[in-house]
Design a protein around this ligand. Structure first.
Ligand SMILES: Cc1ncc(C[n+]2csc(CCOP(=O)(O)OP(=O)(O)O)c2C)c(N)n1
Ligand SMILES: [Mg+2]
Length: 548
């Protein structure tokens, strides 16, 4: 005989869960109690967005579902941001919510939320688990759904009386994930399309990536001298040192790469959804039938033909398709110069323009490129600071860029916490802004509590610069709602129990960074930058004069 909480935790364990993030609530005490003597490490966060973002990041870091456990109404709604990111980013994740007792449902009981309705449009699926004896069945369904096809978040509402019920129930079996493989005729057809192409471009994106997938895609691209770009915040999918790697189709993408996507005659979209960001608001590739010949590989049949009508849709697990492509006899490339030019542009784009003010972020990034080991995990939230962090970083290993493709602020600190828990021996650097950090700073306390020495690099320009930039473009001179009066960030870090310093000059960064690492504590370096330098390509005064 076990209670519902214990049955639930046993199912998590047998499905390989080793870490869960929570913010405790009285609605799921039996779950907490079962975790007390389980093998699962429970990390208690300070704000539900942090707990759900950390779980989402865990899903990105491991390919296994990130587990987040929160209380009803206020807890679940605050955790929704991580669910939204997991959906947009195709990340496996389980949000487990302690719910009102079954008998109260429908009365709008205290903190009652209709989960299937509220989360139905946010998550891959959301439902109530109404019978303790059937928890193994429900959990098996949840694990299967979150991992199969296009990975995504699943939300389970667990009424407190179901968790307390004692019953006999047999455990389920660990979930097996089916892996579709490409058909021989699909690979032959791809070979024919490649043979007819002049300007092919491979675009890699999410939905079940692995290090091996990246190695195989790299080998396939190099053998065929194909250029390979990555979708927004998928920069760690293929070794950036490969001669085939040509950059990222992200926010503020290199114009020359953007032009290459529109000029390509064959696009091989390998994973990903060809979303709004990588297609630059659906202009570089126009739905529904793009001018380019389109091959789209995805493990989820529903994604093929959903926005774009591909000339060749291939339903396949990405690892399986990559392995199959690697084994195909290479063709004689007629696009050698096209690839070489794209690579040269990428390398040129890594060089930074010098920046106004005594602290130059381009220099900081150049130092970090030399200094950080290849297995360093880089995280971020949203803001113009990420344009530097993405453009001037190079990734060589999968699982090292853990950033929200959803473009959500407030993600980076929680993601760095998750990174340090999953990889205690690696460096975890969180890039953040003065706006972004304040949204996720509660999890700096989590880093202190669990002794996770993350390094936060906080770019302080005294404003929500991204929005100010758009504001100046569309409503010049009419600044409203975008300036910030900030706390003393290094003191805040110290008050939390961490290490904090302010860096005001490029030359001081290196030593400060080493001190941050050597402190052995969660550390924050505030980088004071000149607000004039609003992005790597444009200044505030240029914007005000109508440029950029
Ligand atoms: C949760 C959330 N709220 C609002 C936004 C809109 N937004 C995008 S970037 C940004 C400003 C971020 O400010 P900061 O961290 O200071 O970075 P900066 O742009 O100044 O470099 C805002 C408000 C968002 N992306 N996510
Ligand atoms: Mg800012």
């Amino acid at each position: 005989m076990r209670n519902g909480g214990r049955i639930l935790v046993d199912q998590l364990e047998l499905n390989g869960v080793d870490l869960a993030f929570c913010l405790p609530g009285e609605s799921f005490l039996p779950v907490l109690d079962a975790l007390y003597d389980s093998s699962i490490r429970l990390v208690s966060c300070r704000h539900e967005p942090g707990a759900s973002n950390a779980a989402e990041a865990y899903g990105k870091l491991t390919g296994r579902p990130g587990v987040c456990i929160v209380t009803r109404g206020p807890g679940a709604t605050q955790a929704s941001v991580g669910v939204h990111t997991a959906m947009q980013d195709s990340t496996p994740m389980l949000l487990l919510v302690g719910d009102v007792p079954r008998a109260f449902r429908g009365r709008e009981a205290w903190q009652e939320v209709d989960y299937p309705r509220v989360f139905g449009g946010l998550a891959k699926a959301a439902w109530h688990v109404d019978d303790a004896a059937r928890i193994p069945e429900h959990l098996a369904r949840a694990f299967s759904l979150t991992l199969t096809g296009r990975p995504g978040p699943v939300v389970l509402a667990l009424p407190e009386d179901v968790l307390a019920d004692t019953t006999e129930a047999a455990d389920g079996a660990p979930v097996q994930v089916p892996r579709p493989v490409p058909r021989r005729e699909d690979l032959d057809r791809l070979g024919d399309l490649l043979a007819a192409a002049q300007r092919p471009l491979v675009v890699v994106g999410e939905a079940g990536w692995t290090q091996q997938t990246g190695d195989d895609v790299r080998a396939f691209c190099e053998a065929n001298e194909l250029p390979v770009a990555c979708a927004f915040r998928c920069q760690d999918f293929v070794d950036n040192h490969s001669p085939s790697y040509v950059g990222v189709l992200g926010v503020a993408m290199d114009e020359r790469l953007a032009a290459r996507l529109s000029d390509a005659d064959l696009v091989l979209a390998f994973g990903g959804r060809l979303g709004e960001v990588p297609t630059r608001r659906y202009t570089l590739l126009e739905p529904p039938r793009p001018a380019q010949t389109l091959v789209h590989v995805h493990p989820e049949p529903r994604e093929l033909g959903f926005v774009y009508e591909p000339d060749l849709p291939i339903v396949s697990g990405l690892p399986d398709c990559a392995a199959a492509l690697r084994a195909v006899e290479p063709v004689e490339p007629r696009w050698r110069e096209w690839t070489a030019a794209a690579r040269a542009d990428y390398e040129e784009n890594l060089r930074h323009e010098s920046m106004e003010g005594p602290l130059d972020l381009g220099e900081v990034m150049a130092f970090l490129r030399r200094r950080l080991p290849g297995d360093t995990v880089q995280t971020c939230g949203a803001g113009n600071f990420t344009v530097w962090a993405h453009r001037f970083a190079e990734f060589t290993q999968y699982g090292t860029q853990v950033c929200p493709r959803s473009g959500s602020m407030g993600y980076g600190v929680a993601a760095a916490v998750a990174a340090k828990l999953v990889h205690p021996d690696r460096i975890a650097v969180c890039f953040t802004g003065d706006g972004d950090f304040v949204m996720s700073s509660p999890e700096f306390a989590t880093a202190v509590q669990y002794d996770l020495p993350i390094v936060v690099l906080l770019v302080n320009n005294g404003m929500y610069a991204t929005i100010r930039m758009h504001q100046e473009r569309q409503f010049p001179g009419r600044v409203i709602g975008t300036d910030l009066v900030n706390p003393d960030f290094p003191s805040l870090a110290v008050a939390y129990g961490g290490h904090g310093e302010r860096v005001e000059r490029t030359d001081d960064f290196e030593a400060a960074f080493e001190r941050a690492l050597a402190s052995g504590k969660p550390a924050l370096l505030e980088l004071r930058v000149d607000p004039e330098r609003i992005s790597p390509r444009v200044t505030l005064s240029e914007l005000q004069k109508g440029a950029g």
